[in-house]
Design a protein around this ligand. Structure first.
Ligand SMILES: [Zn+2]
Length: 168
């Protein structure tokens, strides 16, 4: 089964009925009531989203570009923050330093040249995360868990069993 953290993030935003166009009031330069409710109701995740949204807004406001697209930037920030949170969760649910994953090609139109070097590689979840899988800005890469073959386990068992029996 393939996992695309950024797609899961977008699905969460959709399920929460969050339209990123409705989170920020450009005229008054404030978060809308809807955004305030989202940040307040999502616990630690809400605080995390609020912090990242705030950082993005600060960055946008200091920009001299007159054609800033606040909603688009906020969408990228929120989906990126969720994607990072998903990777944190996956790493804590599984043993990130021992579970193996295979890096799946990004679904992005513009491929990240650094991440494209990782496609198809097998590594621990922790290594993949440290290389920015699901975390690097705009990352749309995916991964799948690499299962250890049951046959392999059986072979190992069969080899070990007679020795153990002989010792008795
Ligand atoms: Zn990527």
């Amino acid at each position: 089964m393939k996992f695309y953290p950024h797609l899961i993030a977008l699905e969460i935003l959709f399920l929460l009925n969050i339209d990123t166009n409705e989170l920020y009031e450009e005229e008054t330069e404030t978060f809308t009531d809807k955004a305030v409710l989202l940040f307040a109701s999502a616990g630690t995740l809400g605080l995390f989203l609020k912090k990242n949204a705030g950082l993005t807004l600060a960055r946008l406001k200091s920009s001299k570009n007159p054609a800033i697209r606040y909603a688009r930037n906020l969408e990228l920030t929120l989906s990126g923050s969720l994607s990072s949170a998903i990777m944190e969760k996956v790493e804590s649910e599984f043993d990130g330093s021992s579970v193996l994953i295979k890096w799946i090609t990004s679904s992005a139109h513009d491929q990240d040249p650094f991440h494209s070097l990782q496609y198809g590689k097998v590594m621990t979840l922790k290594q993949a995360k440290s290389l920015g899988l699901g975390i690097r800005f705009g990352c749309q890469c995916g991964f799948e868990f690499v299962k250890k073959s049951n046959d392999m386990k059986l072979t190992v068992l069969k080899k070990q069993l007679p020795k153990k029996l002989m010792k008795k």
